[in-house]
Design a protein around this ligand. Sequence first.
Ligand code: UDP
Ligand code: MG
Length: 313
Amino acid sequence: MNLVIVVPCYNEEEVLPETSRQLHVIIEELRLARKITAGRILYVDDGSRDKTWSLIESLSTEYPEISGLKLAHNVGHQQALWAGMEWAAVHADAIVSIDADLQDDVRAIISMVDDYHRGMDIVYGVRKERNKDTLFKKYTALFFYRFMQFLGGDIVYNHADFRLMSQRALQALMSFPERNLFLRGLVCSLGFPSSIVYYDRQERFAGESKYPFSKMLSFALDGITSFSVKPLRYIVVLGILFILVSLAVIIYGVIIYMDGKAIQGWTSLLVSIWFIGGCILTSIGIIGEYVGKLYKEVKRRPRYFIEKEVNLF
Ligand code: UDP
Ligand code: MG
């Protein structure tokens, strides 16, 4: 079995040497145990601005199993991962996708490979706890997973993009044409035999998170809107509710008017104008999200461009 470990990297010069060392150890261990015949590490440099690429080049001379793809500009974690997987889908019997920062436990890869040999096509890496995450990240993530589940998105709780995929699962995934990628949702919808490997999430080995709040929010919005159209339905329900409420308000207003105390309603009027205004704006915004998505899909733009490669076979 030929294993490729795909690692998207964006400004990760501080962690790459250590990541390479640890992944190298894992690959050696797997090879010696005859669980794999060959193992490769594929770094996808997602348009980094630091020395990430030159580091990948020098690491690839130090470790023969390291290959690198350099994307021409920053396309984001999901697309970068896609780029690596697209390449690996041709060459690998299975791939493992993992972040560069060593937050995911590399030792879990061994259990993933074991599960692969037991016939699993997809093995999800799931975090046991989020002790090492900030409270803020913990709760926003919890809310996000719950909300996705509520919307009918079939996603594995506390699973990020640390997973093993067999070649056939990978090729099934590659047949999805959409440009708006929310991989952890797509993968769950494939439906091949799958299992879960639990691990402890570590703190970032070095450097800062490449997901500031703004990116996290846009990732969450993308996830929701590329996965579910239910928010559109809720807008309609909300609209009908408002019409019912406003009917009641109209009746109330007429009664007040007949009583000759019409001026009294000023406060409630003010409040409802603002409230309804806000709801309308939000609804238009949600529709806009979907329209924007359609626009992006319809253009069928290429996902990424490869600028350079090193040690690819
Ligand atoms: N990443 C990427 N492109 C980006 C942002 C991030 O390829 O535009 C990579 C990053 O190098 C890392 C992974 O995606 O390997 C996850 O990012 P990070 O660890 O910063 O996210 P967090 O763990 O804080 O959610
Ligand atoms: Mg991280």
